[in-house]
Design a protein around this ligand. Structure first.
Ligand code: BT5
Length: 320
């Protein structure tokens, strides 16, 4: 019902429409229309009301239009099923709960997460209507140790999608996309399986799209930013999600078909924030200064210390 009222208000944006017309059209009482209007106001809709004139929609939050998204999406598998929520604890948790019975490629998207998670149990701030908080369920026939490769595929897909939208960005191996050295996107890959047999992978993608300064807590402000803060304009989240899912599918299917990460690694190398640079390798409490020299064919980072000793890093913490 709420959605139907919003639709009518949007069709009449900036002009009054009487409560009577809305209640006739939707076949509900004027009191219940009034109740829904109160709920909408709490959610960020600015709706004027005047006696004898009715309601006038002034502005509304940037709610994802999933119908448009589904219509425009031109993938074969990824996003063929989309679960869309107003609020969830975490899209990765939702995805893991349903993964065993779900099809390959199902996507969970939420406007808000109350328990968004980063790696190592860190919190991931996920304010309503402002970001892209989504998870993809995958059931590839690959060994569990190949799961980190999917993180690289996702990073390449997000980075290229940003390029398409004119958003300058770099990939900070293994799971971040940065703008002006600050993080705007993080990827959390989780899996379930036994030795040698993968049941499913969940790829969580969090993008600080339209977050404002006030949305970022003091402790992450120094490291994190949003596309809106850096570019000064609002990102169309539907287009961003569509582009990411299409690019992800292309690179993922190529990987499954060719058993090689070549296409992904071309992007990850070209867009790397690390390669050729001196960086810090973080191991527990210690930090080692090393040069990031290459990505190997498995998507692992090769670093070299000042004595020329090389080390291949599977996953880890690098600070610039
Ligand atoms: C990550 O962790 O980068 C993985 C983030 C994955 C989030 C998505 S959202 C959809 C899905 N559902 C979930 O519950 N999670 C996934 P990590 O590498 O640990 O990075 C965490 C660090 O990123 C923080 O310590 C901050 O410095 C920085 N950061 C940047 N934007 C942030 C944000 N919106 N919230 C929290 N931290 C942020």
């Amino acid at each position: 019902m709420k959605e139907k009222i919003v639709k009518i208000l949007k069709q009449n944006k900036n002009k009054y429409i009487s409560g009577e017309i809305i209640s006739d059209e939707l076949n509900v009482t004027r009191t219940s229309i009034w109740k829904y209007i109160s709920v909408l106001r709490k959610e960020g809709y600015v709706i004027d009301s005047a006696s004898r004139k009715g309601y006038k929609l002034i502005s509304y939050p940037d709610v994802l239009d999933i119908e448009v998204l589904e219509r425009k999406l031109s993938t074969n598998h990824i996003g063929k099923t989309i679960y869309y929520y107003d609020t969830v604890d975490s899209t990765n948790i939702k995805a893991k709960n349903i993964a065993l019975d779900e099809n390959n490629g199902a996507v969970i998207i939420s406007e808000e997460q109350t328990k968004g998670r980063g790696r190592l149990g860190r919190d991931w701030i996920s304010p309503k209507y402002k970001g892209v908080w989504m998870s993809i369920i995958l059931k590839p026939n690959i060994p569990p140790e190949d799961a980190p490769k999917i993180t690289q595929i996702a990073a390449a897909a997000v980075s290229k999608s940003f390029d398409d939208l004119g958003i300058k960005n770099k990939i900070k191996w293994p799971n971040d996309i940065v703008i002006n050295k600050k993080k705007v996107c993080g990827i959390l890959t989780e899996m379930s399986g036994e030795i040698g047999r993968l049941k499913y992978i969940v790829i969580g993608i969090g993008i600080n799209a339209n977050l404002d300064e006030k949305d970022l807590t003091d402790d992450i402000k120094e490291m994190a930013t949003s596309i809106k803060i850096e570019n000064g304009s609002i990102v169309n989240r539907e287009n961003l999600i569509i582009d990411i899912l299409e690019k992800f599918e292309y690179l993922y299917e190529d990987f499954l078909k060719t058993k090689s990460l070549n296409k992904t690694l071309d992007i990850c190398s070209e867009k790397s924030a690390l390669l050729g640079k001196m960086v810090y390798l973080v191991k527990g409490e210690e930090r080692f200064k090393v040069r990031a020299i290459d990505l190997d064919s498995e998507g692992r980072l090769i670093v070299e210390d000042k004595l020329g000793n090389k080390e291949t890093i599977i996953s880890g913490e690098i600070s610039i």
